[in-house]
Ligand binder design. Structure first.
Ligand SMILES: [Zn+2]
Length: 327
């Protein structure tokens, strides 16, 4: 997000980004946050997105005229955005050329309410080849004041001509050898660790899911976040200050934050054994603080992957999350 926010603040946002990375790393959340930051109404650029103004809320709810989300019909059905009865014939799994044309028409008009028109294509690899070729024309001559956010877990499925038109933002998976080392440290036999790491697609939460061993860690994190004193947060950051350990904590808090958001939306959290705790936090922390916390986690994970200092990044995460809950 820092990369994208910086571009907005400097007024040089690229006209197309490819947000790439495996499922569950927060690509859509990032796209929505970017759309909010680009159209937020508060004066102070560094406070955008505020999450509270009419534009931010409209984008959150999916009804803001200058943010268009393009997705296949199957996806719209799954999210309850259309009803089966609205469709003639079977729902399409692809984004088709007519959908892209309708989008291009819409983007040819000036922004209605916002500063910047945003088109989110999710997943971009659902565009069939004709649709990609049609979209390419729009990407080559983008309408002024427009940014495309192409989301994909499988960017190699896109035409190279599309990829080359987009600035790539990689939301990276955890390297497999780091996952293996973590599992082995817990006493998982090497062969099994390798196998499990390969299946985990770069996610600590998937690699460790079967083990249910984050309970104690996350209880410690929550108690530090809820404490009046910063001391507990700083102690945790120090205890897990080694970079791989810090990465695991950040990943655990990221997965946990998603779980609490899921609980808040009335769903069942992934970490079943921690469901009661997730419901408790969901009832007491504002959705806005949780979304910002998820974004902070993603930022910290990115910094750690780029060799950021473990203790400092964890301090940034835990102190930052504490502050989010106190606004
Ligand atoms: Zn706002």
């Amino acid at each position: 997000m820092r990369q994208l926010r910086g571009a907005l603040e400097r007024g040089n946002a690229h006209h197309a980004y490819l947000l790439a990375g495996p499922e569950g790393v927060g690509k859509e959340l990032l796209a929505r946050t970017f759309a909010q930051a680009a159209n937020c109404e508060v004066e102070d650029v560094s406070a955008r997105p505020c999450g509270a103004c009419a534009s931010c809320r409209g984008i959150e709810r999916g009804n803001f005229p200058d943010v268009t989300v393009l997705m296949p019909q199957t996806e719209m059905l799954a999210r309850g955005l259309i009803a089966r009865a609205d469709l003639e014939g079977a729902p399409s799994k692809e984004i088709r050329v007519d959908d892209v044309r309708a989008l291009a028409r819409r983007l040819s008009f000036a922004a209605l309410r916002g500063r910047r028109k945003i088109a989110i294509v999710t997943p971009a690899d659902a565009l069939n080849e004709r649709a990609q070729n049609t979209l390419l024309k729009t990407l080559e001559e983008p309408p002024p004041g427009t940014t495309f956010l192409m989301i994909s877990a499988n960017p190699d499925a896109l035409l190279p001509t599309i990829r080359s038109r987009c600035a790539r933002v990689q939301l990276g998976p955890v390297p497999e050898d780091v996952l293996v080392a973590r599992l082995v440290r817990d006493g998982t036999p090497a062969a099994e660790a390798k196998e499990r790491a390969a299946r985990a697609e770069g996610s600590f939460s998937r690699a460790l899911a079967a083990q249910g061993q984050w309970g104690e860690l996350l209880a410690g994190v929550e108690s530090a976040l809820g404490s009046d004193d910063e001391r507990a947060a700083l102690d945790l950051a120090e205890a897990y200050g080694e970079r791989d350990a810090a990465l695991e904590v950040a990943d655990a808090v990221h997965a946990w934050t998603r779980d609490v958001l899921v609980a808040q939306a009335g769903g069942v959290p992934e970490m079943r054994e921690l469901a009661a705790k997730a419901n408790e936090i969901a009832a007491s922390v504002a959705p806005r603080a949780l979304l910002a916390q998820a974004e902070l986690c993603a930022d910290v994970i990115e910094a750690l992957r780029q060799n950021g200092n473990g203790r400092l990044q964890l301090e940034r995460l835990l102190i930052g999350a504490r502050e989010l809950r106190r606004v």
